[in-house]
Write a protein that binds this ligand. Sequence first.
Ligand code: ADP
Ligand code: MG
Ligand code: ZN
Length: 493
Amino acid sequence: MATTPEISVAARAKYEPVIGLEVHVQLLTVTKIFCSCSARFGALPNTNVCPVCLGLPGALPVLNRKAVEFAVLAAMALHCRINQTSIFARKNYFYPDLPKGYQISQYDKPLAEFGAIDITSSGSQKKIGITRLHLEEDAGKSLHEGFPDSAEKTAIDLNRSGVPLIEIVSGPEIASPDEAYEYLTRMKEIILYTGVSDCNMEEGSLRCDANVSVRPRGQRQFGTKTEIKNVNSFRFIRDALEYEIVRQIAVLESGGKITQETRLYNSAEGKTYSMRSKEEAHDYRYFPEPDLLPLVVDEKSHAEIRHSLPELPEARRKRMVADYGITDYDAEVLTASKTLADEFELAAKAAKNPKRVANLVQSELMGRLKAKGLEIASSPISMKGVALSADLVESGAISGKMLKDLYDLCFERNQDFPTIYENARPQQITDPAAIEKIIDEIIATNPKQLEQYRAGKKTVIGFFVGQVMKASKGQANPQMVNELLAKKLEPNA
Ligand code: ADP
Ligand code: MG
Ligand code: ZN
């Protein structure tokens, strides 16, 4: 285990962190942003390339309309103001995977500004501002591995060169690593709902650079920041920030100064390392891209894109609480992905009691998934299955205990609930004489409830149904139980 710099609790309490995140999200267009090459991930190296994305002299970029639509959609979902006119700019720098010597991005006139993401921080709501959201092209990729003859070699794959990205820059308003984690989780959730990206971190569709500084509590002026790059999970970002905060405080407490620099996080060691001192922004010599017209998003396309904006997680949670009588926490779990929420709503509408569907997810499904290390998306029991099981419990056809056993079987055999239930379902008792016999016994042993029923308290029938189902170990046909009971409970029966 790496040695983390030691600081006292008092020193930690003396400072407050300031965090700002820059997130790159790859858009799910079929083709690249300025040419018609495929933007698909995973093709053989350098097979999706042309003069434009190879950066050959004289090749001219043509803007992909779909990339703009996707970027606007994401910006709207993040409550940004869309600028009617935005400008593409050249960001000049040398890097082996950037053959043009510049990246086409946006600078002082970005596509969108002034957005926000709502997060929960220590139980209360907080808004984190989004300073800007702009469109840009991705660079190529340097491959340092997979050369059996020499470990020293690096190869360049330009398939990624020209793939459309949006960069989403937060204000320096994130106050802790936990808030950063929450901000990223909410952002990913929102972007996934819009469908403009798959946000797959392993494939680099979502990448985050984390900027962090510390300042004595109460001081207005920001401290010098460092930027942590190349962190490929939200959890690692949280850990890297925590490490970096402690490191910076230790430097300041021992009388040192923070150098503005880019640092790399080594997740195996849980430490950050200096990579290079940060170039000043003006070093990029931004200037307007002469080969592209200003980007205009007129009112008409604005309205069209807004129209395709789906209901977003936050609004959906509120509506689901109202529609199905479920708790905020239920709604939180059930909207974790759009697919899950869609499935739940279908199931809840079909089921007799939506609240029971939500409860079963909470009480029976989540625990079993966790034990197997499964995401809800790969659950053997579908939402439809949960809905069926809820109905069966509701009608008394199966007991809570049987439901648990059946769920266990589903997980054991990796089969959905309807299949398992069909095979394992107990022999139903459909012989009226047998059911009547049980009913007679139950009525005889519950004279008080019988009296209540006959005095007009018709809901007591539920009690009798429950007792009969229990006595038959859940095997009596529920519909027959209901019908026969209704007859037997009448005064002249
Ligand atoms: P740079 O030009 O160095 O990239 P920007 O002004 O573009 O800096 O900001 C990049 C990110 O860093 C933003 O998310 C911003 O909120 C954040 N940031 C800026 N200053 C600080 C600071 N002193 N401490 C922490 N984060 C900061
Ligand atoms: Mg920056
Ligand atoms: Zn191309």
